[in-house]
Structures are given as structure tokens and as C-alpha cells.
Design a protein around this ligand. Structure first.
Ligand code: NAD
Length: 489
């Protein structure tokens, strides 16, 4: 094993030299990373095929284009993101400059996982570079081909002294975690997250935890079930269900269940033909350990659709289970594969009670036409993110923070949120060495008069919410309404 202490120390001294803080350096690295992804598109598709039998379509969209868009966002907005942000002042600080300065933490560690092995390390890397940090990436040993590709390719494009890839499994990660980092960004399961958190605690290192969990999908009886079947199975079966925000289980009433099953059967044929194993659009389970985990879940409840497996091929057929109990393993642990249990609840209130009795999920899906039902789920449940009437798509909106809550993690990223994650927000007040007369009132000897003036100078006032404040908007709205009416009659 390498001497990680030396590696981290060397990186820290380059960071201390100020190289990574330079905006020009950050932009050069981001542009080089963009070239790398563009030039190595085909190779990325090949390594992902080797690791997960991932189809080119999924790799191009979920890995290549995803990170390219993040790179374009960062390059377009970096000057804006990095600019000091001016803030409101009180009378006492009126003559001074008060601003928030985003500054890099230092040497940061990104630990990735195997299911989207490019996206899940490159996306945080973009924000870490944009914020001006030196970065060590530790990809997952499980997606071996992609990890080797990253280790070999990144040094060809990026500044080797400030950005490095270290490959390895548990021993290497454990050794790395013994070093002092200034930030740790971890993606993976909840059990390992606790090991990372303990290692980070030694130096009070701040962390982001991008974890998983059981993301429920509620289907209301008023839904178009054909549409639900398509959107739900697309979200569930992308990457063979090995997606952190894949709908983990369906929750609906007893009347919805048979109709939904009928539509799901038809959708599967539409998506993959009569024999899913022969389709080149369906990924495989990443390894034998996860294959066996999947297989053991098939004994829960009753198989309503699918159920076939082929160990030689790490293949698990898209499977829907019914009559599952809340205490069955398939309802207790995150599925993370192409098995979809349907859990029945009396109605929406019952479904919400069940969801709230569980750990907070990373995502929550609601299919309902009724706006009151949608609102009810938004207001009465909690989850990392929500998507109404579709699956996964909230993750594609980079203006939305992506992250968990409670057991599904903490911290968030994507777009500017990644830049913010990897930046310390330094509160700065800059005064002049003049106008001391203004400061005299705060200094002893204290008097009632000085107290009165100082209190006046610092006191904040409650904002008045007056209906009169809305009048200009009401008038503009009325004129606009009349205008529309006039032209649409
Ligand atoms: P994994 O086994 O690849 O582990 C993740 C990382 O942790 C790897 O780099 C691995 O080397 C390291 N690791 C494993 N054991 C360790 C230990 N004992 N000490 C130190 N490091 C260790 O992947 P996984 O954990 O099986 O990933 C699947 C989980 O990740 C699922 O729960 C999924 O929902 C979650 N996930 C979350 C997101 C998200 O963005 N929130 C994305 C993808 C996956």
C-alpha cells in the first residue's frame, strides 16, 4: 500500500501555495475534464458495459451527458459563484464592507460507489475543483473497469499534483481515512457512512453523506395506470434497479394493484420484448454477492411478474412481488435491483402513516392527478427529494439540491449546490481605520445615552406585511387579464 500520508501532505503544500485557488487554474482543470469526458465517451461506454452490461444509451445519458452538463454549468457560472456575496448591514456597520467569501476547504476526499461510477465521482469533482480544492478520488473497487479507467485517464488530463485517483477496497480506504482531510464527500450505504463519520470525527472533518434507502412510490386510484406503469418501470429498471433513487416499492390500494400489474406486464414486453434476458437494454447485477442478495429477496410474498434468474449471467428478471408483509426482508432493506414489491395500504392516509413509520427516504414518488393528494404527500411526509407523476427526473434538474435527509444522508449537491458544498462560507467584515468617532458609543465608560444610541443603531425591525404593498401587482395582473381576454375572445 502507498504511503498516503506523503500523498496528502504533498497535496496540502500545493494547496497552501495557492495554486488551486486561482480562478484561471480552476477553469483550466474544468475545461480539461470536459475534454477528457468528450474524447473518452466511447471508452466510458465500454468500461460501463464491462462492469454492469450498461447499455450505451443509459451510459451516454446518465454518465456522459450528465457530467458534461454539470461542467458547462460550472464553467458558465464560476465567476458568479466565486464572487463575494454582499450582505445587508446595520446602521453600526453602514460604512463598512460586509460580504460572504466562498473559500476552498483544502484537500478533500471523494469516495464513490459502483452503480453510476462516472457520475458519482465526476459530479462532486466538478464542484470541488470549481471551489478551488485539491482532490483525492477513491472510486469503488466493485466497478473495477471504470475505476481503472479513471486512475489511468485522469492524470493524463488534470493537474497530477492537485487531483489524484487512489484505487482500492476496504484496507486502502481505511488507510486513507486515517489521514487528515478538510472535507469528505461519501456516496454509498448507510453502514459504511457511519465508519466514515467516525473517521472524520477524529479531525472534526465536515462531511457530505449521499446514502440510499427505500424510496416509496404511492399510486393513487385516479391515476392513468398505463402512464404510471411506463414511468414507474422506466425509473425502476434503469441500470437494472441499481439506482439510489429507484422507486423501491409501490404502495397503493387493493383495487389499483391488479390493474397496475396488467399494465406493467404489457410495458415490460414493450420495453424489452418477450425475453428480457435477450434484450440489450437491460443491465446485469454488478456481482455475484449482489446477485445472491437479489435471489434471496425473491422468496418474499408471491411472484406476480418475472422471477427468473441466471447466476452465470448475474441476471435477475424484472420481478413484481405481491402480498408482501412489512416485516419481509424485501420491505425492510433497500432492494437496489430489479425487484419491485407492491405493498397495499387502505388509502392515502394509511400510505402516509406507513411511509412516516419508516426511515426518511432519499426520494418519494407520488402518482396522482388530484392536486390535494399531491399536496398532502408534499406536506405530510419528508424525503431527500420528491417527484410527482414521474420517477428519477427531479435528479436531472441541476437547480434542485440532490441529497438525503435522516437515514438517507445529509448535505446536497448538483449545480451550484456542489460548489457550495465544497466551499467554506467565510463571513467577512472589512472596516477602515478612520471614523473612530462612530465607534466611541460602544466603548466604556458606558452611559444610558450611549446604550440608547447603540440599541437604535443595531435594532432590527419586523417587516410589515401590508395588503397595500400588493396593490401594484394587483393592478398589473388586472391589466394583463383584460389584455388576454381582449385577444382571446
Ligand atoms: P460500495 O460497496 O462501492 O461502497 C462505497 C464506497 O465505500 C466504496 O468506495 C468502498 O470502497 C467504500 N467502503 C466500503 N466498505 C468500507 C469500509 N468498511 N470502510 C471504508 N470504506 C468502505 O457501494 P455500496 O455502499 O454498496 O453502494 C450502494 C449504496 O449506495 C446504496 O445504498 C445506494 O442507495 C447508495 N447510493 C447513494 C447514492 C446517492 O447519491 N445518494 C448514489 C448511489 C448509491
Amino acid at each position: 500500500m502507498e504511503n498516503y500520508n506523503q500523498t496528502v501532505n504533498k497535496m496540502r503544500s500545493v494547496f497552501m501555495s495557492g495554486r488551486t485557488k486561482d480562478l484561471a487554474w480552476r477553469k483550466t482543470q474544468l475545461k480539461a475534464l470536459k475534454s477528457m469526458i468528450e474524447e473518452k465517451r466511447e471508452e466510458i461506454c465500454e468500461v460501463l458495459y464491462k462492469d454492469l452490461r450498461k447499455n450505451k444509451f443509459e451510459t451516454r445519458l446518465m454518465e456522459v451527458e450528465f457530467v458534461l452538463n454539470e461542467l458547462v454549468d460550472a464553467l458558465n457560472a464560476l465567476d458568479e459563484w466565486a464572487k463575494p456575496e454582499k450582505v445587508k448591514k446595520t446602521l453600526l456597520t453602514m460604512m463598512d464592507q460586509a460580504f460572504i467569501k466562498s473559500e476552498p476547504y483544502g484537500v478533500v476526499l471523494i469516495i464513490g460507489t459502483w452503480n453510476y461510477p462516472i457520475q458519482l465521482v465526476i459530479s462532486p469533482l466538478i464542484g470541488a475543483i470549481a471551489a478551488g480544492n485539491a482532490v483525492i478520488i477513491k472510486p469503488s473497487e466493485i466497478s473495477e473497469n471504470t475505476s481503472n479507467f479513471l486512475e489511468y485517464t485522469i492524470p493524463q488530463y488534470l493537474d497530477k499534483e492537485c487531483i489524484q485517483v487512489i484505487n482500492g477496497g476496504v484496507p486502502e480506504t481505511t488507510a486513507l481515512l486515517a489521514e487528515r482531510f478538510d472535507y469528505i464527500f461519501y456516496t454509498g450505504n448507510t453502514v459504511v457512512a457511519k465508519i466514515i463519520a467516525v473517521a472524520a470525527a477524529k479531525y472534526l472533518t465536515p462531511t457530505t453523506m449521499e446514502l440510499g434507502g427505500k424510496s416509496p412510490c404511492y399510486v393513487h386510484p385516479d391515476s392513468d395506470l398505463d402512464l404510471v406503469a411506463k414511468r414507474l418501470l422506466w425509473g425502476k429498471l434503469l441500470n437494472s434497479g441499481q439506482t439510489c433513487i429507484a422507486p423501491d416499492y409501490v404502495i397503493c390500494n387493493k383495487e389499483v394493484e391488479p390493474e397496475l400489474l396488467k399494465r406493467m406486464k404489457a410495458t415490460l414486453v414493450e420495453f424489452y420484448g418477450e425475453d428480457v434476458q435477450k434484450s440489450d437494454c437491460f443491465s446485469r447485477i454488478v456481482n455475484n454477492k449482489h446477485f445472491n442478495r437479489m435471489k434471496s429477496l425473491l422468496s418474499c410474498g408471491e411472484v406476480a411478474i418475472g422471477g427468473k434468474t441466471d447466476e452465470k449471467d448475474n441476471y435477475v428478471e424484472p420481478t413484481v412481488l405481491i402480498n408482501v408483509k412489512a416485516t419481509d426482508p424485501v420491505m425492510e432493506t433497500e432492494v437496489f435491483g430489479p425487484i419491485l414489491p407492491i405493498f397495499t395500504a387502505k388509502d392515502e392516509v394509511d400510505a402516509i402513516t406507513f411511509i412516516n413509520s419508516r426511515e426518511k427516504p432519499l426520494a418519494l414518488y407520488v402518482f396522482a392527478k388530484d392536486k390535494n393528494i399531491q399536496k398532502m404527500f408534499l406536506e405530510k411526509t419528508s424525503s431527500g427529494g420528491v417527484c410527482v407523476n414521474d420517477c428519477l427526473m427531479h435528479c436531472s434538474v441541476t437547480a434542485l439540491p440532490f441529497g438525503g435527509v435522516g437515514n438517507s444522508g445529509y448535505g446536497a449537491y448538483h449545480g451550484k449546490f456542489t460548489f457550495d458544498t465544497f466551499s467554506h462560507k467565510r463571513g467577512c467584515l472589512v472596516k477602515k481605520q478612520s471614523l473612530e468617532i462612530l465607534n466611541k458609543i460602544r466603548c466604556p465608560p458606558y452611559t444610558d445615552r450611549k446604550l440608547q444610541i447603540t440599541e437604535f443603531a443595531i435594532k432590527k425591525k419586523l417587516r410589515r406585511h401590508s395588503i397595500f404593498g400588493l396593490w401594484p401587482f394587483v393592478i398589473i395582473g388586472a391589466i394583463f387579464g383584460l389584455f388576454l381576454r381582449f385577444f382571446t375572445d
